[in-house]
Design a protein around this ligand. Structure first.
Ligand code: NAD
Ligand code: ZN
Length: 352
């Protein structure tokens, strides 16, 4: 390792699930033979990080835990076996930190389904620290012309919604409802959907989110806090009144998961991405059958999806709003996120 790498660094550490974070100094780890060490400059804050803090999901985190999985930075050290990425390269740590690369799922590029997948900021330490380790095979390659601050949210939110849109099967010229469009994943979904030539129905609450989603390319907005009949209002946004071809669910509440099958167009698809705690998907069997709809889950993306999502960004097609705050203030971001007050994404600067 180069002498410029310190032995200690600042990090946000969760000692116990459900408790406040501790901002403190912890040792810098050394990469193993197939790993790289990345000096994280910026990290997006995803709602998943808040689920991890709260212990919402039926999957335990490591403890103590350094959260975060939208980290953009510079490679500063390489394990002995690493050949295809260099010190000084820009790189990103995403949710899938590593996978076995040899199981049937990894063989067919379904790495998120690998039973041995390592999850950044969940089962291994993530990006709310200044130096983070990831498996070289999985580290996102970021072109030098990309801005590390702006690209950070692409590393989870961007990849995930890009994959979800592909999984939906929606085609240019068709329509998509983005449910939770004013949040982190939703704002990126508006931009990817716009770049794909889709007619966008944004669904979220409040005028600030209405204005932002319109600026990001959404032609329509349905305010779930104001509408008297959400199903009818969403259908009315489509030209023939038959509803959108696809629904991308990135909301953090259960209710919209119960409504999507009712307004999706016949032959349409409902893609579940958001992970509200303890939620169930519900759809009327009769309508689902006679409309021949598809309902599916979509979980982050593989390495190819990552490269493609980053390429959209590099070409200047993805410009979603974010606010930057020091890593020391991460708890403030969680507080705002808990109240649903974040419009777009927050990014933390690890130097502050
Ligand atoms: P966020 O807090 O930034 O955004 C959530 C949005 O949902 C907010 O704008 C909120 O107002 C909106 N919302 C709440 N109730 C709603 C309703 N009834 N109708 C419409 N909108 C509503 O969260 P985020 O970071 O964008 O993450 C969203 C969810 O996606 C989280 O549960 C997260 O864990 C999950 N996620 C899943 C994957 C995956 O691979 N499947 C990847 C990343 C994140
Ligand atoms: Zn995420």
């Amino acid at each position: 390792m180069s002498s410029e790498i310190p032995t200690e660094q600042w990090a946000q550490v969760l000692e116990k699930t459900g408790q406040p974070l501790e901002y403190k100094k912890i040792p810098v780890q050394k990469p193993g033979p197939d790993e790289v060490l990345i000096n994280i400059k910026y990290s997006g804050v995803c709602h998943t990080d808040l689920h991890a803090v709260n212990g919402d999901w039926p999957l335990a985190t490591k403890l103590p835990l350094v959260g975060g999985h939208e980290g953009a930075g510079v490679v500063v050290a390489l394990g002995d076996l690493v050949e295809d990425i260099q010190i000084g390269d820009y790189a990103g740590v995403k949710w899938i930190n590593g996978s076995c690369l040899s199981c049937g799922f990894c063989q067919q590029a379904d790495e998120p389904l690998c039973a041995k997948a390592l999850l950044s900021g969940y089962t291994v330490d993530g990006t709310f620290q200044q130096y983070c380790i990831a498996k070289a095979a999985h580290v996102a390659r970021i072109p030098k012309e990309c801005d590390l601050e702006a690209i950070a949210p692409v590393l989870c939110a961007g990849i995930t919604v890009y994959k979800g849109l592909k999984e939906s099967g929606v085609r240019p010229g068709q329509s998509v409802a983005i449910v939770g469009a004013g949040g982190g994943l939703g704002s990126l979904a508006c931009q990817y959907a716009k770049a794909m030539g889709l007619d966008i129905i944004a669904i979220d609450g409040g005028d600030e989110k209405k204005e932002m989603t319109a600026a990001l390319g959404a032609q329509h907005y349905v305010d779930f806090t104001k509408t008297k009949n959400l199903v009818n209002d969403v259908k009315a946004c489509t030209e023939d009144g038959l509803g959108p071809h696809a629904v991308i669910l990135v909301a953090v509440n259960e209710k919209p998961f119960q409504q999507a099958a009712e307004y999706v167009r016949p032959r349409g698809s409902v893609v579940m991405i958001g992970l509200p705690a303890g939620a169930y998907m519900k759809a009327p069997v009769f309508e689902s059958v006679i409309k021949m709809i598809q309902i599916k889950g979509s979980y982050v993306g593989n390495r190819r999806d990552t490269a493609e999502a980053i390429e959209f960004f590099r070409r200047g097609l993805i410009k979603a709003p974010y606010k930057t705050i020091g890593l020391s203030k991460l708890q403030e971001v969680y507080d705002m996120m808990h109240e649903g007050r974040i419009v777009g994404r927050y990014v933390v600067d690890t130097s502050k």
